[in-house]
Design a protein around this ligand. Structure first.
Ligand code: C2O
Ligand code: CU
Length: 491
């Protein structure tokens, strides 16, 4: 049973620090961590000096846009370094992170449909890493399979053909069994795939098209991230960051904005609300634009999901302060960010009535069912499982045919939510407990929330590339503790 073996290697690997960050994170070691660090939670920091945790004190940072080292009509080439650095997240404190080019979030890659992107990723950390383009349609050798590691000090070239629809993608580390640490340490960035054919939608652009990466963290007294392993719920921090700043504020003009929201948290779900229930217009989801815009007063987001929304700030007066909140979390996680409305130039964008046309898909070729369970193991430990199996590089759970669709039923037999994610391909949500999905979930998806005791049927389309890809729960602690399967799509 290879999960037992995996458990041992993984556990010893957890002793390693992440870029100088002592991320101690196993069940047994957590106590010791607390003892050596003292009572140094952000809760303690909060009560002593509420200053750094006060919401709306900092302007929203916008992650730098990556510059290609070479570019032509057909190809753009980038070089990234994955390396430790110190950043100022809490004013007056240094926080050690592990980041793409030493930044958190990493640089935003702006890609164009039909033009290839190549990124040479240099691992300048002291541990094995790799890079997964989440939502990307890539050949398997560039997908960041958990077992395709870049050894410390080594490098690897990733090629992204950008053949799929325009969409808000992101890239992050996918090291086998360690994503809950590396993602937490800061290895995540946006990859915005645009399509010149979208121009006629007149969507907000440039400064009015804003990526928002939402994460939760806790902090030690010295300002470093504080991690605590929780196999059951996954990590939950007490502080919300947007683009790496504590609940920031942003000046907005009275006009339309597009926000590309990503939940890049390890395991925390959000339920986003604007002001006291003002309208947000959802235009996209994981796999790009919806068939038509959907008005929403609240938007639930599980880890790894993306939602593209338009907000019309003309509904607010100059001087309004509009808070984006997270409903239903602990009090310290309610404030996400604030929009401060100022006067602006004339409006140029509009909300289109129709967006992407529906793709025609072949009829499903197979039906598979995947029970999601929590399993106690001999010896008192436990893991999360898909179809009663742990993850093994050697095992193939299914072999779909290239060019076909299938119906997959996620059957959640546990009392936790599982955001189920598939690599390499996109899917449509067919039904949730036998009912049609919310209109906001009717576009292409790569991650879908499967709530406790729910049955969610999805229809993946195995388009473009054949090969081996993983599928897994994106609550990072669940995925790392075995909630991962492998498919081989055959031509
Ligand atoms: Cu964003 Cu396999 O993950
Ligand atoms: Cu899960």
């Amino acid at each position: 049973m290879d999960w037992e073996h995996d458990g041992i290697t993984r556990r010893s690997a957890l002793y390693h620090s992440v870029g100088g960050l002592a991320l101690v994170c196993s069940f047994d070691f957590d106590k010791r961590a607390r003892a050596t660090r003292g009572k140094t939670t952000s809760a303690a920091l909060r009560s002593k000096a509420s200053g750094p945790f006060e919401p709306f004190q900092r302007d929203l940072p916008i992650p730098a846009v990556a510059r290609p080292v070479r570019s032509s009509k057909k190809l753009e080439e980038y070089v990234f370094e994955m390396k430790p650095s110190n950043v100022e997240i809490l004013p007056g404190y240094e926080t050690p992170i592990l980041g793409y080019n030493g930044t958190f979030p990493g640089p935003t890659v702006k890609a164009r449909r039909g033009r290839e992107v190549q990124i040479l990723q240099k691992n300048r950390s002291d541990r094995e890493l790799n890079v997964h383009l989440h939502g990307g349609v890539t050949m398997p050798q560039y997908d960041g399979h958990p077992h395709d590691a870049i050894p410390a000090g080594d490098e690897r070239l990733y090629k992204y053909p950008n053949v799929a629809h325009s969409a808000t993608l992101w890239y992050h580390d996918h090291a086998h069994g360690e994503t809950h640490l590396t993602l937490f340490a800061g290895l995540a960035g946006f990859y915005l795939l645009d399509d010149p054919d979208d121009k006629h939608f007149d969507l907000p652009q440039g400064d009015y098209d804003v990526p928002l990466m939402i994460t939760d963290r806790s902090f030690n007294k010295d300002g470093s991230f504080r991690y605590r392993f929780d196999l059951d719920r996954g990590f939950r921090g007490d502080t919300i960051l947007v683009n790496g700043a504590v609940a920031p504020r942003m000046k907005v003009e009275r006009r339309l904005y597009r926000f590309r929201i990503l939940n890049a948290s390890n395991a925390r779900p959000y339920n986003l609300k604007l002001g006291n229930g003002r309208e947000m217009i959802q235009i996209g989801s994981d796999g790009g634009l919806l068939p038509a815009p959907v008005k929403r007063k609240n938007i639930p987001m599980e880890p790894a999901e993306r939602v593209d929304i338009i907000v019309d700030f003309r509904q607010f007066g100059v001087g309004s302060k509009v808070i984006l909140r997270n409903d239903g979390g602990e009090p310290s996680t309610t404030a996400v960010m604030r929009f401060d409305v100022v006067r602006g130039k004339a409006e140029e964008a509009r909300v289109p009535k129709q967006l992407r046309e529906e793709d025609e898909l072949p009829a499903p070729n197979a039906h598979r069912s995947w029970p999601l369970t929590f399993q106690g193991l001999a010896g008192g430990s436990s893991v999360w499982q898909i179809a009663g199996g742990g993850f093994s590089e050697m095992r193939i759970d299914c072999r779909p045919r290239l060019g076909t669709t299938e119906l997959w039923t996620w059957r959640n037999l546990s009392n936790r939510t599982h955001p189920m994610h598939m690599h390499g391909y996109l899917f449509k949500v067919v039904s949730v407990n036998g009912e049609p999905p919310h209109p906001g979930n009717r576009g292409w998806k790569d991650t879908v929330a499967v709530y406790p005791n729910e049955e969610v049927v999805v229809m993946p389309y195995f388009d473009y590339f054949a090969g081996r890809y993983v599928f897994h729960c994106h609550a990072a602690e669940h995925g790392d503790m075995n909630m991962m399967g492998q498919m081989e799509v055959v031509a």
